[in-house]
Structure formats: structure tokens, C-alpha cells
Design a protein around this ligand. Sequence first.
Ligand SMILES: *[C@@H]1O[C@H](CO)[C@@H](O)[C@H](O)[C@H]1NC(C)=O
Ligand SMILES: *[C@@H]1O[C@H](CO)[C@@H](O)[C@H](O)[C@H]1NC(C)=O
Ligand SMILES: *[C@@H]1O[C@H](CO)[C@@H](O)[C@H](O)[C@H]1NC(C)=O
Ligand SMILES: *[C@@H]1O[C@H](CO)[C@@H](O)[C@H](O)[C@H]1NC(C)=O
Ligand SMILES: *[C@@H]1O[C@H](CO)[C@@H](O)[C@H](O)[C@H]1NC(C)=O
Ligand SMILES: *[C@@H]1O[C@H](CO)[C@@H](O)[C@H](O)[C@H]1NC(C)=O
Ligand SMILES: *[C@@H]1O[C@H](CO)[C@@H](O)[C@H](O)[C@H]1NC(C)=O
Length: 479
Amino acid sequence: MMRTTTSSSSSTLTVTVVDVLLLLALLGAAAPSSVKGSPQCSNQANSGEIRPHSVAITEFGAVGDGVTLNTKAFQNAVFYLNSFTRKGGAKLFVPAGRWLTGSFRLISHLTLWLDKDAVILGSTKSDDWPIIEPLPSYGRGRELAGGRHRSLIYGCDLTDIIITGDNGTIDGQGSIWWDWFHSKTLNYTRPHLLELINSTGVVISNLTFLNSPFWTIHPVYCSHVTIQNLTILAPLKSPNTDGIDPDSSDNVCIEDCYISTGDDLISIKSGWDEYGISYGRPSRNIIIHRITGKTETSAGIAIGSEMSGGVSEVHVEDLHFFGSKTGIRIKTSPGRGGYVRNIYVSNMNLDGVGIALRFTSQYGEHPDEFYNPNALPKVERITFKNIIGENIKTAGLLEGLEGEKFLNICLSNITLNVSSKSPWKCSSVQGYSDLVSPETCAPLKENISPRHYSDCYSLSDDIWISSSNQNRGARWLSW
Ligand SMILES: *[C@@H]1O[C@H](CO)[C@@H](O)[C@H](O)[C@H]1NC(C)=O
Ligand SMILES: *[C@@H]1O[C@H](CO)[C@@H](O)[C@H](O)[C@H]1NC(C)=O
Ligand SMILES: *[C@@H]1O[C@H](CO)[C@@H](O)[C@H](O)[C@H]1NC(C)=O
Ligand SMILES: *[C@@H]1O[C@H](CO)[C@@H](O)[C@H](O)[C@H]1NC(C)=O
Ligand SMILES: *[C@@H]1O[C@H](CO)[C@@H](O)[C@H](O)[C@H]1NC(C)=O
Ligand SMILES: *[C@@H]1O[C@H](CO)[C@@H](O)[C@H](O)[C@H]1NC(C)=O
Ligand SMILES: *[C@@H]1O[C@H](CO)[C@@H](O)[C@H](O)[C@H]1NC(C)=O
């Protein structure tokens, strides 16, 4: 539903202006930025619907002693529940206990429900995580050429899949994988904890994810994904344990999560260099809000570095990152191609963060030598608004590409308590700013004025109101 947000300033507006806005909105004039405001994840799947059939994993011989390997029990349960997919689907109930398992597959119209004190434990034997094909948009495993280990919980070509519970836990026991990574004894790219490929109508909620071998939650080529109310934890120094990585996926909503891991907390991706360019599936219409967390090595929210299929229409609000290296980071490289455009980040609170805002245009890391170094990514229409930070080292390290400047970077109402003597470092960027302290770098110094509305993403459909009679300057109305 379309929502109007009445900001504190809106009381001075006449009803007529609001009515006109609503009318425009109803006419669809403002789409797709109409996701503005403080949206909620709409109920994109039937998470409320009770499945007509339910079985417990114990009915398939599973033993929750933390030692017995239950892969066959999970596989048999899912196989049995397959007969209910056309009858409203089914629920697989995992009761309290420690359920050791290797990788298993999910099916459509399934609810996987983990009770309080239920822990699904990933096997510490690499053979229990079979090898699968690389993703076409990556061309190879992300860390090693060739295939990759299949995720602990895996689904492909599914519709209507719910993974939820009463704060049960999915624990990848990743430390053995981190050791293999450090000792360079991996033969294939490490597995994710949960990966869904080419699936639609996905809900992942009310759970804790621990110690993923690699990225924790990876929806790729998916649509209509809702991720709510998760706790995602891995040691701050564990390698590449990203929290949530929406990849070549659209209509993704992530809210109310606490994430503390060894890499980016959330990273939006869309494929890698020539493989991502030719697969051509973007990530778009991504809503992220109310995320709290910590990453000592990486960013709270990242885009890239794999973004070759394009990333656009990303609305991020209400973030709190502390004790972290970077707040928001866009990472790309010559060879990636693609684009990052129409990104809106607002209401971010940072405490103890090295770099609040960062663009990296020479990230490197290519799948092979066949990438096209002339495939330059386009980065444009990036808005950062309402950001406060305490105990920040550098406000912005914004490095665009010499041959492809990052355009229409708009900064509004940003107040950072910064220790660095040169708080903003910018190159090959162009844009505008308003109410930024400490004072921003020269390429962004021009004030945001009405003629920049269409340049600054999501500020463009705000209405500029001069309340000159009150001499209180201008205001934004967000809606
Ligand atoms: C994606 O899944 C649908 C079924 O949900 C299937 O028809 C389609 O072929 C799949 N696409 C690919 C590329 O595998
Ligand atoms: C979050 O999940 C916990 C259980 O994991 C539940 O008690 C709580 O009500 C949930 N909160 C929301 C907002 O859904
Ligand atoms: C869920 O469990 C995790 C890990 O034990 C805990 O940190 C978190 O607070 C719990 N969440 C809720 C909503 O109870
Ligand atoms: C890699 O392959 C070697 C030789 O087959 C094997 O001994 C080793 O266990 C494998 N490593 C992993 C992490 O699976
Ligand atoms: C999460 O748990 C809360 C409390 O049990 C429940 O109200 C809510 O519907 C659950 N959310 C989802 C998406 O399952
Ligand atoms: C500036 O941002 C802060 C939060 O970061 C917010 O409290 C304040 O209302 C904003 N000011 C304006 C003028 O929008
Ligand atoms: C930054 O914070 C310190 C400690 O709270 C305070 O003393 C200092 O005045 C602040 N600096 C600015 C520029 O606000």
C-alpha cells in the first residue's frame, strides 16, 4: 500500500498539496520511487497460512544428539512431503535438539519450522556438502575455479517456501571451513549456509544463523523474498561470512535483523564480470530497513563488488552500525560493466566507524583473464540522507572511475563527528550536498537546489517548500 509519511514539517502544508501528491501517487506518476517513506515488508508469501500437513523430523528416524548424521532423515522427510505440494504444502517441524546433517534440498510449498532450542548443525565433513555447478552469472566458483560445495540448506526452482520458527538455530559449524580456507586446502569454493536459486515467494524469518562456512544467506535469481527478524552471527575475523547477499534478485525486503559477522553484513550483488554481463540479471527493488550490527573488516551495507548484471532501486533506511570498518560501501571495478543506480540510504546512525561512506572503483578480483577491461560500470544517482555519526575516522572516501565519473551523488543532512584532518577524499565523482558537516569535498559542494531534483535520486519527487513567511528556510516533504 502507498503510505504517506508525515514529517514534523508537514503540519505547515496545506491539505491541497497533500491531496495533489496522493493523486499523483495513485496515478502512478512517482513509481518506482513510491516505495519511499518507512515501508514495511508486505506479506509477499503466505507466511500466515497454516500448512494442512505437518510432520516432525523424528518421524524419519532423526536423532538430535549432535553426533548422529541426519542427512537421510531430512532427505526422506522432504521426499515424503513432496506428495503434498499440490495440496497446500506441508510443514517439516524440527523440535528441540541438535540435528547434525549434511546438505539437503527443499521443495516448493514447504515450511521448515525450527522450534525454540532446535539447532540444525552442519556436518564438519566436506563430503557431506556435494559439489554443484558454478552459477552462470559467475562462470566459476567465487573463490576457486570450477564447481562449489552445495549449501547446507538448498533450494532451486521453488515457489512458496518458508524457513522460520521460534528462534531456532541453523549453525554451519564453519570454523573447519575457515581453517581449510586459511591453510589453502579447499578443493572447491566454500558453501553458503542457505542458498535459494531461481525461486519465488520466499520467507526467511524468526531464526538465528550461526557460523556459516561462507556467505550466510544467498538468494540468487529469486523474486519476492522477505527476510525478517533474524540474528546472524559469525566471528568478526571469520573469512567471507557475509550476512545476507541478495544476488540477481528482485523485490527483496530485509527488515529487523541483527547481524555481526566477518564480512559485509548485507551485500547486494548481480554477477561477475563477463559472466554477469552476459547473464544480465539485475538486482532491483530492494528494501532494507532496521538493521543493526557490526563488522570489523567490511561494510554494514555493500553493493558489489559483483554487480555486472546491474543494481538499481535500492531503498535503505534506519540503520545502526557500531564498531565497524565502513558504513555503506559501493565496490566495483573496470571489467564489471553493469550499473549501480537509484540508491537511497537514509536514517543511518554510526558509532565507532572507520569510514562512513565509501566508493571503491578499482576493487579488482576477476574470474579469469577474459574480462573486458573496457567494460566500465556506471554509478549514478546515489542519495545519502539523514546520517549521524560519532567517533568516525573518515566521513567519505569516494573514489569514482576516471573514465566513468560517478554522477549525481547527493548528500543531505549528514553530521559526523570525525577525527581525520581530511574527512572527505573524493575523486571522479560529481554531485550536490546540503547540510553536511564536516564540510564535504569540492566536487560535491554545490547546493541541492530545485533544478537538481531530477538528478538526486528520491529527492527528486520531494516537494520543495519555501516557507519564507516563517523565515525558516526550505523544507523537504517526504512521502
Ligand atoms: C526457474 O524455475 C522455473 C520453475 O519455477 C522453471 O520453469 C525455469 O525453467 C527455471 N529457470 C531456470 C533458468 O532454470
Ligand atoms: C522475532 O522472533 C522472535 C522469535 O525468534 C519472536 O519472539 C518475536 O516476536 C519476533 N519479532 C517480530 C517482530 O516478529
Ligand atoms: C534469538 O537467539 C539469539 C541467539 O541465541 C539471541 O541473540 C536473540 O536475542 C534471540 N532473538 C529473539 C528475538 O529472541
Ligand atoms: C581436497 O582433496 C584432497 C585430495 O582428494 C582431500 O584429501 C582433501 O580432504 C580435500 N579437501 C577438502 C576440504 O575437502
Ligand atoms: C515471527 O514470530 C512472531 C511471534 O511469534 C510472529 O508474530 C510473526 O508472525 C513471525 N513472523 C514471521 C514472518 O513468521
Ligand atoms: C537530519 O537527520 C537527523 C537524523 O540523522 C534527523 O533527526 C533530523 O531530523 C534531520 N534533519 C532534517 C532537517 O531533516
Ligand atoms: C566529537 O565528540 C567529542 C567527544 O564526545 C566532543 O568532545 C567533540 O566536541 C565532538 N566534535 C564535534 C565536531 O562535534
